[in-house]
Design a binder for this molecule. Structure first.
Ligand SMILES: [Zn+2]
Length: 166
């Protein structure tokens, strides 16, 4: 099944994951769904699934649902409002201000990525796999000898390379 962006965001917020995308915790998945919805609508209804549903259903261009209307909620949405795991995850996200943290993290990672691109543009690098020296355009390089692809800023592939404590 293919989702429109609004459907995928709502699915993520109700299930905490998408078929090809999972997160470390249910709270993060739910919060990532909210983040997508905020990016899509430029509004924020926090973790209020009904408010999000109404918002999306009111605007045709979001391609949310053709049948459902504002105030008419799908069973999957109503069910999750009584799901203890979902409720606990949302409470945890609220208590830890997870949404603000994730938004700040994303901004930090974008900045670090842009900095790394500038910093490493056109400079020599050593392939961590075969030791060859070569030149590449930006942070990401592909070794011309062994074809190993890596980022000079984090050649070990650490996904948290951009964090201060990472
Ligand atoms: Zn190499």
């Amino acid at each position: 099944m293919r989702y429109t962006p609004s459907q995928a965001a709502m699915f993520l917020m109700t299930h905490g994951a998408l078929p090809m995308l999972t997160y470390d915790t249910l709270a993060e998945g739910i919060t990532r769904g909210r983040q997508r919805l905020v990016e899509l609508t430029h509004q924020d209804f926090c973790f209020d699934l009904k408010a999000w549903h109404d918002r999306l259903a009111r605007t045709k261009s979001y391609n949310y649902r053709s049948i459902e209307r504002p105030g008419v909620y799908p069973k999957s949405l109503l069910d999750v409002l009584h799901d203890p795991d979902w409720i606990a995850a949302v409470e945890f996200a609220e208590q830890t201000q997870l949404f603000d943290k994730l938004v700040a993290d994303d901004a930090k990672m974008r900045q670090a990525t842009a900095d790394a691109e500038r910093r490493w543009a056109g400079r020599d690098r050593f392939c961590p796999k075969c030791g060859a020296t070569f030149h590449s355009v930006g942070d990401r390089g592909q070794c011309p000898v062994c074809y190993h692809t890596f980022f000079v800023s984090h050649p070990d592939g650490d996904p948290d390379w951009w964090r201060d404590d990472g």
